[in-house]
Design a protein. Structure first.
Length: 288
């Protein structure tokens, strides 16, 4: 009873002041489930990131079917829960602060993979997602610079992907991060464009090198003539700002045929390959 009461009180507090919460057993069981996952994640980080792995999804240049790089994605599995969805474990990492050591780990693994891939494709590039927590609570630029040096890779080998929400907060950490990123010569990709605040005011403020159009935006454009015309005009305006475009979520040849008419610079999606391990990427021959 005390545990359930404590859970209810904390849930009410999270809803901010002057709110109440009526206890729900399903909510409580969900809370316990996430707590168990959090405990497993803590143990994995302590034991040299046991259960964590890196998946790579090809990034393809428009006009050819050969990838120029890959986006790296964090994966996690445990004996207790099996494979856990990133949508479930990454928020736990962020809320607990474990995203900082886990973030350092994936930066290191990503750049070491890039070093090996460059033995096959000399100019191969990798992109990696950085969270708002890493920007606010750690010197992530220093982490990136140190791992680039350890892997003996130039700054142009890396693309940092961020969502708008990670940069739009009016704080000195975000401004410092952008300043140091540009100073280091590392490119910035604005991820999931079309799902959040997304407007030209922010594009001018953030000055990204690449805009990644979210799959939800792409899917609408493929099915609806007006949405297609809107996205095509948007791509034209983005290019006038000297920003490159990556269309995400291309899944079929028919979709790619339509998307090419928008003149994107890059593409990403299941047509080119699902996220896979480093060895699987090499086995594909890096050609599609």
């Amino acid at each position: 009873m005390m545990k359930r009461t404590d859970f209810s009180l904390n849930t009410a507090k999270k809803r901010r002041r002057n709110r109440y919460y009526l206890f729900n057993e399903q909510d409580y069981q969900r809370f316990l489930h996430l707590k168990d996952i959090s405990d497993v994640l803590h143990a994995a980080v302590i034991h040299d990131f046991r259960g964590f792995s890196v998946a790579l999804q090809p990034l393809v240049k428009a006009g050819c079917r050969q990838p120029f790089g890959a986006e790296t994605l964090m994966r996690f599995s445990s004996g207790q829960f099996g494979t856990i969805s990133p949508a479930e474990f990454i928020p736990i990492l962020e809320e607990s602060g474990l995203i900082i050591p886990a973030g350092r780990w994936i930066i290191r693994e990503t750049l070491q993979a890039c070093k090996k891939l460059r033995e096959t494709i000399p100019d191969f590039q990798v992109s990696i997602n950085i969270s708002q927590i890493q920007i606010e609570k750690s010197d992530v630029i220093q982490d990136i610079s140190a791992e680039l040096e350890n892997a003996k890779l130039p700054p142009e080998a890396l693309i940092v992907e961020l969502t708008e929400s990670a940069l739009l907060e009016d704080n000195s950490n975000a401004r410092h991060f952008l300043k140091e990123l540009r100073k280091a010569g590392i490119r910035l990709a604005l991820d999931d464009f079309g799902t959040g605040y997304s407007n030209f005011h922010y594009l001018n403020e953030l000055r990204p090198d690449i805009i990644k159009i979210d799959r939800s935006f792409t899917a609408k454009a493929i099915k609806d003539a007006k949405e297609y015309d809107l996205l095509k005009r948007f791509c034209t305006m983005i290019h006038r700002l000297n920003i490159k475009i990556c269309i995400e979520g291309v899944e079929t040849e028919d979709e790619w045929e339509k998307i090419q008419l928008m003149d994107p610079d890059y593409s990403q999606g299941y047509l080119w390959g699902k996220p896979c391990s480093f060895d699987e990427l090499l086995q594909k021959g890096l050609r599609f």
